[in-house]
Write a protein that binds this ligand. Structure first.
Ligand SMILES: Cc1cc2nc3c(=O)[nH]c(=O)nc-3n(C[C@H](O)[C@H](O)[C@H](O)COP(=O)(O)O)c2cc1C
Length: 479
């Protein structure tokens, strides 16, 4: 039985809500959520770094398809870790017709993250995906389900097709997913298919259908998800534009404030009475990381809250220690600054950026980085003039993007989130000239409130400190 959590620790990619953080939260009886974004690339880097604590080995040894685990291990594990100045290996970029080894890597990486988050307790663990990062979905979800994921959460797009995918896998069937293809005619074949039987080395195991929570930002989207999704939507996370990570753009024509940030208005407010009337559990997100806000959410009829920023700075999160330290110190002094950047993300969604020296939040750092695209998770699929599928990212070199039919103005101010987010968790790529990919940290508008979790004189806090503080001394359920 899935008990509704009061606190959902929000998924934070890439690798910020890693298995350690999710495990810590789930052990306390709340819902720990691993980020499922770019886990394949992250696994490659963890193996390239020699898997010093043996966690990847442990996870991969538990993977049911043994020969596959061996193949992935042999391909990417570097005993003792790669040399400090050496670059990380790159897996191929995702494409509709995935090379088999990439699907295997993806399945493995999602399995390992969920398996590790579930170790040592019997409470549910969730996984979060961005709908926009479409191509890896089918293999990723199967890997997570093989590891017994209890809940799939998805936003940053309209994840109508996902509930049906969960149903198919639980019925030991193949699943399909139609890619969004820019400029494609109605009859363009954009279907992807994943049949677990093509990968299994033994009869397919029985899998439980995880709960599905859609992350949305408006009543309209909430209703659409419930009415049109391909299977059951078990609940909703309602995210306001103060939340860390990507935000939904404001309704209507985009207007920018004096500081250059999107202006949100009355039309962007969620009607809570309307939400309650939908009759499914919902959690409120975006600035709900305090006991008072949790109380307020419960009083509004929410099942609880989803919190990100507060957990991002806990000891268990994957965010680099130096970045945590710097931002926590700023928050403690009420000097943290967060900019809602309307351009940075190649997805086109506003993206919250903490202002930190030495990261791409600074114009000088951003401009000094040569544009390049070698991870490619945020590439959009488009139809070429001769009816084939192409892939482009508005943060790639401008001439390449334009040669692929993209508009030059779309490239202005775009930042390579793939490489930056890897850098945020200590997995920065090193370039041939020795340059190291810069970080770019995302946090919510409420950054300065995280100091509330620091005990007097302390400079760090744990996920349990956050959970206990939010629950205001209520006794959390034991694992
Ligand atoms: C560092 C960071 C990364 C995030 N990444 C994701 C993500 O990959 N997918 C997602 O759905 N939400 C993401 N979010 C949003 C959180 O899951 C959560 O909804 C949000 O942080 C709640 O608002 P708060 O930051 O005010 O607590 C991210 C938030 C942060 C702070």
């Amino acid at each position: 039985m899935f008990q509704l959590p009061t606190i959902i620790q929000g998924g934070m990619g890439v690798g910020v809500s890693n298995w350690r953080l999710a495990q810590a939260v789930s052990r306390l009886g709340q819902l720990g959520v691993v980020s499922g974004t770019a886990l394949d690339a992250l696994l490659v880097r963890r193996l390239n770094d020699g898997d010093k604590d043996g966690a990847m080995r442990r996870g991969m040894e538990a993977f049911p398809f043994r020969a596959m685990a061996r193949r992935v291990w042999d391909e990417y594990f570097v005993p003792g870790g790669k040399a400090a100045g050496a670059p990380y290996r790159l897996a191929p970029m995702h494409q509709r017709n995935e090379p088999r080894k990439l699907s295997e890597l993806c399945m493995m990486a999602n399995f390992v993250e969920v398996f590790l988050a579930r170790e040592g307790h019997s409470n549910p663990v969730g996984i979060n995906y961005l709908e926009k990062v479409q191509i890896p979905h089918l293999a990723s979800i199967y890997g997570a389900m093989l590891a017994g994921v209890g809940c799939v959460l998805m936003g940053a797009g309209i994840p109508l097709q996902i509930p049906g995918v969960l149903d198919a896998y639980a019925a030991r069937q193949a699943a399909e997913y139609r890619l969004s293809v820019n400029g494609a005619a109605a009859d363009f074949d954009a279907k992807m298919r994943f049949d677990p039987a093509d990968y299994a080395e033994e009869p397919l195991p029985a899998l439980t259908r995880p709960q599905f929570l859609a992350i949305v930002s408006s009543n309209t989207l909430a209703a659409t998800m419930l009415r049109r999704a391909s299977g059951k939507v078990n609940g909703l996370v309602i995210e306001s534009p103060t939340a860390g990570g990507h935000n939904a753009p404001p309704r209507g024509k985009l207007q920018l404030s004096e500081t250059g940030e999107p202006v949100y208005g009355e039309r962007d407010r969620v009607d809570l009475a309307g939400l309650r009337a939908l009759g499914v559990p919902f959690w409120l997100a975006g600035g709900y990381g305090s006991p008072e806000k949790l109380h307020e959410a419960l009083a509004e009829g929410a099942a609880g809250v989803q919190v990100g920023t507060a957990f991002a700075f806990s000891r268990e999160s994957g965010l680099r220690d130096d970045l945590k330290k710097e931002l926590l110190a700023r928050a403690a002094a009420q000097r943290g600054v967060v900019f809602t950047d309307p351009l940075a993300s190649p997805t086109g969604f506003p993206f919250k950026v903490a202002q930190v020296e030495g990261t791409s939040s600074q114009a000088s750092v951003y401009e000094a980085r040569a544009r390049l695209c070698d991870l490619g998770f945020l590439r959009e699929a488009y139809a070429t003039a001769d009816g084939r599928l192409g892939y482009r990212c508005s943060a790639e070199p401008v001439e390449n993007y334009v040669a692929k039919g993209g508009a030059a103005e779309e490239t202005v101010g775009r930042k390579c989130l793939c490489n930056a987010l890897m850098a945020n968790v200590g997995k920065a790529q090193i370039r041939r000239n020795g340059e190291v990919e810069p970080a770019l940290v995302t946090v919510g508008d409420d950054l300065n409130t995280v100091a509330q979790f620091l005990a007097p004189g302390a400079s760090t806090y744990t996920a349990a400190d956050v959970v206990n503080k939010l629950l205001g001394g209520m006794r959390p359920a034991a694992a």
